[in-house]
Write a protein that binds this ligand. Structure first.
Ligand SMILES: [Zn+2]
Ligand SMILES: [Zn+2]
Ligand SMILES: [Zn+2]
Ligand SMILES: [Zn+2]
Length: 302
């Protein structure tokens, strides 16, 4: 059975907080209400919000929320890990759902976790996670390709990270002229060249160059990604050009956002694709080494 004491003391706190947030929600449009909610309790040290943090992993809990006979709550993930013993009081855990807390959560409206990065929307508790997966203020993944890098952050953090940790080349300017070299071009089927980043219009653009098999054909591909979201990327255009002997291939496109993985962009073939034979032809007579000069330009669409 549930012990009475913790439940009573919990419900007093809950009532108070829930009323507050409902008043907020009724009186004001959702957008302007969020600041007050944050201020008045959801983030305060004894608010409802904190009750919804799992005592074990401190993540926010979503149904089913479990509790021990003494009322200690924990999330379903942690419940699987604790071998039926409450980590707080060591009582046998059983299978007690905390329906009250689940219901209370339903009535809450909470700010997006990226509030400090600029997202000012608030959401019903159970919609929050879904929003955060798509929130345009969420952190970006490191755009460096060719290694498993798990660093995430805002753009400035990632720019610093690319410079410091990946030793990426940074260039200022909106036109470029880049030479890619590869020895034994006939042997290589998959390769990723060092990322180059261009500072242009106050934004950063990543130029990718890689070799892979497109179906049965070995190709090289160059494409550009903006360090920003898709909406911002669409404000720009770019062109790429590779050629020699009075022949050339050109590509004009819209940079992709680094929200799209370099793999995804590659697979969608949204860039300059150079069949290997043509690349070798442009490269010159030296068949031992591939030397490709890729030129390009970035401009702003008005
Ligand atoms: Zn947990
Ligand atoms: Zn317990
Ligand atoms: Zn958000
Ligand atoms: Zn990285």
């Amino acid at each position: 059975m549930l012990s009475k004491k913790p439940l009573e003391s919990n419900s007093t706190g809950l009532d108070y907080e829930v009323k507050m947030s409902k008043v907020e929600a009724n009186n004001k449009p959702a957008r302007s209400g969020n600041a007050s909610i944050g201020k008045h309790g959801l983030h305060s040290s004894n608010g409802v919000y904190e009750l919804l943090e799992c005592l074990v992993c401190t993540n926010l809990m979503y149904p089913p929320i479990f509790q021990c006979p003494n009322g200690h709550t924990l999330c379903s993930n942690c419940k699987l890990k604790v071998h039926n013993t409450c980590p707080t009081c060591r009582y046998e855990l059983g299978n007690i759902r905390c329906l009250a807390l689940e219901k209370v959560a339903e009535s809450l409206e909470v700010p997006c976790r990226f509030q400090s990065l600029g997202c000012h929307d608030i959401f019903p508790y159970y919609s929050k996670l879904k929003h955060e997966q798509h929130c345009r203020f969420r952190s970006y993944n490191c755009p460096y390709a060719g290694s498993e890098c798990s660093v995430t952050g805002d753009i400035q953090t990632l720019v610093d990270h690319l410079k410091d940790d990946h030793k990426v080349d940074m260039h200022d300017g909106c036109t470029f002229n880049h030479r890619y070299v590869k020895s034994n071009p006939h042997e290589v089927e998959n390769a990723t060249w060092m990322l180059t980043v261009f500072n242009c219009f106050g934004r950063q653009f990543c130029l990718h160059f890689e070799a892979f098999q497109l179906g049965t054909a070995p190709v090289y591909m160059a494409f550009l990604r903006l360090m920003g979201d898709e909406k911002e990327a669409k404000k720009f255009s770019y062109s790429l050009e590779v050629g020699a002997h009075s022949r050339k291939l050109t590509w004009q496109g819209i940079p992709r956002s680094i929200r799209d993985s370099h793999r995804k962009v590659r697979d969608s073939q949204d860039g300059l694709i150079i069949p290997r034979n043509m690349a070798l032809y442009f490269s010159g007579s030296d068949k031992e080494e591939l030397k490709l000069r890729v030129t390009g330009r970035i401009w702003k669409e008005e």
